[in-house]
Write a protein that binds this ligand. Structure first.
Ligand code: G6P
Length: 614
């Protein structure tokens, strides 16, 4: 979490930092700040609680002239969100300022040791400890900033992306990373820093992805230099940023979330482009075909993920089991990493992550690799850590997802799992060519069917008004619709703060049914599939207890239509493709309920898009 930005060059430093912070606000938004170094050797730090717009208002009357600067938007880990705990933090002598994304795990030990040497601390943060440590080393050793940063980082346990500036040096920024993302943009006579490439996409496409335990020395008028903790210089590899400015704008929609929901016909088209070819003749997921032996001989697949990606993984499990007859387990990455997992070299671990930066998922990958598994990544953000840490993988190609609540990434992940399962089924001969062709021909139609589903928008907007003030919601589904129920409930709680539970419909009678009354609406995902008759009984059980029901059904359904209070009809597709269709009305329902309640859907409280801490 947290977003960091830095800039050195001939442009307007303050403006570049502020617009960069706004692009990174999806990473955290409880406070924000800038540190500006002026030519005259002045270091000004301005920081405030709340969003970047608050910082802008606060700085309106300040002197923001600068020749370089660093900035931060925070998702609090150590210390409550307040002006004082906001970044940048500075050293006691006021000569150094730092921004940090990550957590310093041994900060208390370092803090106690520094306190014994007379250091005073003014915030509750782990980051202040780091900048004080750098200052202490610099003063004690009478050394350059770069040497002090290197020595300090050797003592740090934890995760970080940092940028440090010095009052007396208007020509240099030192940055470093370990387990938190850091990207450098190389412009013409100017250099940018960011937690990703979004802050500087309009200035340069030339980027350097800083590696773990690398320190970047960014000096005015000099080429970028990267060194490791032993001061050994490493090669600077310049990549091309695959991002355009229009992808980062709302494009006429009031919120990124709504834009991203409506983009799905296009993002799904992008996702399948080049992978389902000849109008559905072949399915070809490159990451599978470049690792034929691995997938052909696999013993078991373990999927690790967090949040919405975990829900997509549950669908991945169902798809792979159904189509490929491979045993699949799905684990929360955060549990997997500490579970002493039993893994063999014939297992494949699939790590799923929209951002490609989730700390728990990255840690799970390390464990799987250390136990000899082949690790395959499914990510959205090109160049992020997970694609670089995995043995092979694939991108979902749905473009930047800015709304904190994931929508288009979920449908993209499910689509990739569908294509992966079909590709592996082809290799293993578990589906006939005819069956594969049949599924593939449906896949190419999915974007237009999602478009058709989006026509429910107006109906859902009206429906949302009836349920805006419900205090609890239940979401039920079976088979392929069970993960959809989980995801629907997650969407609602993330952005409207209404308590919502997702449950397998048949499990309801073992507890949750006790909650059903006229004040607890249930959303039932009940497309025509092989469990349809079973879910009809579940609907009846709720109805007979006075519960109100919103049902997502297949067009032309007559049975549930009679029972439910409201039905949302979606186009018919083969069972394995229903989640991509049925999840769309649930996204819209949560969006409108949250809007009715006046919530900030793009930046819900306490959440962040990219969770780079444990
Ligand atoms: C955060 C986001 C979720 C996301 C989860 C996992 O909680 O708010 O939308 O599903 O992290 O993120 P990942 O990037 O690994 O998919």
């Amino acid at each position: 979490m947290c977003g960091i930005v830095g800039y050195i060059g001939h442009g307007n430093v303050y403006d570049i930092l502020i617009s960069g912070l706004k692009r990174l606000e999806y990473r955290g938004y409880d406070s924000a700040g800038v540190a500006l170094v002026a030519e005259s050797g002045q270091l000004n730090v301005f920081k405030t609680m709340g969003k970047v717009s608050n910082l802008e208002a606060y700085c309106a009357q300040k002197d923001t002239q600068a020749v370089l600067g660093i900035a931060h938007t925070r998702w609090a880990t150590h210390g409550e969100p307040c002006d004082n705990n906001a970044h940048p933090h500075f050293s006691e002598d006021g000569k150094l300022a730092i921004v940090h994304n990550g957590t310093i795990e041994n900060y208390q030990i370092l803090k106690d040791a520094l306190a014994e040497h007379g250091c005073n601390f003014y915030t509750e943060t782990d980051t202040e400890v780091l900048v004080q440590l750098i200052e202490y080393i610099k003063v004690q050793n009478n050394c350059e900033l770069i040497d002090a940063v290197r020595e300090a980082l050797k003592q740090v346990v934890g995760a970080y992306a940092i940028a440090v500036v010095e009052r007396d040096n208007p020509d240099q920024i030192i940055a470093a990373r370990k387990s938190s993302p850091l990207v450098i943009g190389i412009g013409d006579g100017e250099t940018f820093l960011g937690s990703d490439g979004t802050p500087f996409v309009e200035y340069t496409k030339n980027v350097v992805y800083v590696k773990d335990e690398e320190i970047a020395i960014i000096r005015r008028g000099e080429p970028l230099k990267l060194v490791d903790f032993n001061n050994k210089e490493s090669k600077v590899n310049v990549d091309q940023l695959q991002l355009s400015i229009s992808q980062l704008e709302k494009g006429g929609y009031p919120h990124f979330m709504l834009k991203e929901i409506f983009e799905q016909p296009m993002t799904l088209t992008d996702c399948i482009r080049g992978r389902v070819v000849n109008g559905g003749e072949h399915v070809m997921l490159n990451g599978v075909f470049t690792n034929i032996d691995k997938f052909k001989n696999v013993n078991r697949i373990i999927i690790v993920a967090c949040g919405t990606s975990w829900h997509a993984s549950l669908l991945g499990k169902q798809l792979i089991q159904d189509m490929c007859q491979i045993a699949v387990e799905v684990e929360y990455a955060s549990e997997f990493r500490y579970s002493n997992p039993v893994i063999t070299d014939r297992d494949i671990v699939i790590a799923v992550s929209q951002s490609g930066e989730t700390a728990d998922t990255l840690a799970a990958i390390q464990i799987a690799k250390s136990k000899g598994a082949f690790v395959f990544g499914i990510s959205n953000v090109v160049g992020s850590s997970i694609p670089r840490e995995t043995d092979s993988g694939t991108y979902i190609h749905v473009g930047p997802e800015i709304g904190v609540a994931s929508t288009k990434a979920f449908t993209g992940q499910v689509m990739v799992f569908t294509m992966l399962a079909l590709s592996v089924a082809k290799l293993r001969g578990t589906l006939t060519e005819e069956q594969i062709k049949d599924f593939a021909s449906y896949i190419v139609r999915v974007p237009e069917l999602v478009e058709e589903t989006l026509a429910l928008d107006e109906k859902i907007r009206h429906l949302s008004l009836i349920y805006t003030y419900a205090r609890n919601f239940m979401y039920l589904g079976r088979g392929y619709s069970y993960p959809v129920a989980l995801e629907g409930a997650l969407k609602l709680k993330e952005i409207s703060y209404i308590h919502a539970e997702g449950y397998p419909a048949a499990e309801m009678k073992h507890g949750p049914i006790a909650l059903i009354d006229s004040e607890m609406p249930t959303v039932i995902i009940a497309p025509k599939d092989h469990l349809y008759d079973k879910i009809v009984s579940n609907v009846q059980q709720i109805k007979s207890r006075g519960g109100s029901i919103i049902a997502i059904v297949t067009k032309g359904d007559t049975v549930i239509k009679e029972l439910a209070d409201h039905v949302l009809e979606v186009p018919e597709v083969p069972e394995c493709l229903t989640p991509i269709i049925t999840s769309v009305p649930l996204q819209l329902l949560s969006y409108y309920i949250a809007i009715n309640k006046g919530k900030n859907v793009d930046m819900p409280r306490n959440l962040a898009k990219s969770v780079t801490v444990e």
